[in-house]
Design a protein around this ligand. Sequence first.
Ligand SMILES: Nc1nc2c(ncn2[C@@H]2O[C@H](COP(=O)(O)OP(=O)(O)OP(=O)(O)O)[C@@H](O)[C@H]2O)c(=O)[nH]1
Ligand SMILES: [Mg+2]
Length: 252
Amino acid sequence: MGGGQPMHMQRAEMVLRDARHHLDLWLEVADARAPASSRLPRLRHLLAQVEGALVLTHVDQADRTALEAWKAVLPEPSFFVNARQTAPATLRRWLMDHMGRPPLRIFVAGLPNVGKSTLINRLAGARVAPVGARAGVTRAETWVRRGDLAILDLPGILPRKPGVMAAALGLVPEGQYDPAEVAMAVLERLPAAAARYGIDVDQTVSLEAVAESQHLFSRGGVPNLERAAAKVLQDLRTGRIAPAQLEWPDAE
Ligand SMILES: Nc1nc2c(ncn2[C@@H]2O[C@H](COP(=O)(O)OP(=O)(O)OP(=O)(O)O)[C@@H](O)[C@H]2O)c(=O)[nH]1
Ligand SMILES: [Mg+2]
């Protein structure tokens, strides 16, 4: 894993460093399916002087029991959301409790593709921030002003060493990870994913087995492992493998 941070992501971190003295609150957005590897540890240090909260998205694709377990161990305050639906009243209330003289200036930061812009659109009650199912949709910092809220939408920022499960969820730009390695890690972590391709729990997982069950062959009838890896990752990211809980608190 690795390969460095694209320019617009480096810039996002610079913007964050410069503007941290002019903000009231920050929200770190991460993914409830992988609450450990979708986080940005250096954010808390960078913004130590300012109050913030963690928002975990994609609860609709996560495992309920795992979420309860995560709730018990995550630092407060944290909010669990389906960012495609209305922002929960608890989060809105928490924001309003911090309202001094309006507007309330909020930074929204986190890894690419975790749902930052989707959440902002929900908080703003309008489709103001561009959204898309790949890492790197937001290219430049953008203020969204709505009522008493002024929210800064930032491009995603990558951790120094992005984790395999972050790559599995599409939070790392393509080309910065090996899809075969990542797809194998998903099959090993999620028996339900392996079962989808006819691999029993007592069988060894392999991309060959996925290729065969999905009829993905190259010329000459050779299993196409590249397409098999892409298929596993696509099924995971589009919610065909559900729940897609990749990380549990006691296992981290
Ligand atoms: N099912 C589900 N999809 C979500 C949720 N939140 C975001 N998405 C989807 O995830 C994808 C990424 O959302 P964005 O809001 O563009 O993510 P971002 O963090 O702004 O991404 P960058 O700008 O690329 O850093 C989109 O396809 C959203 O529709 C959620 O809670 N549940
Ligand atoms: Mg965005």
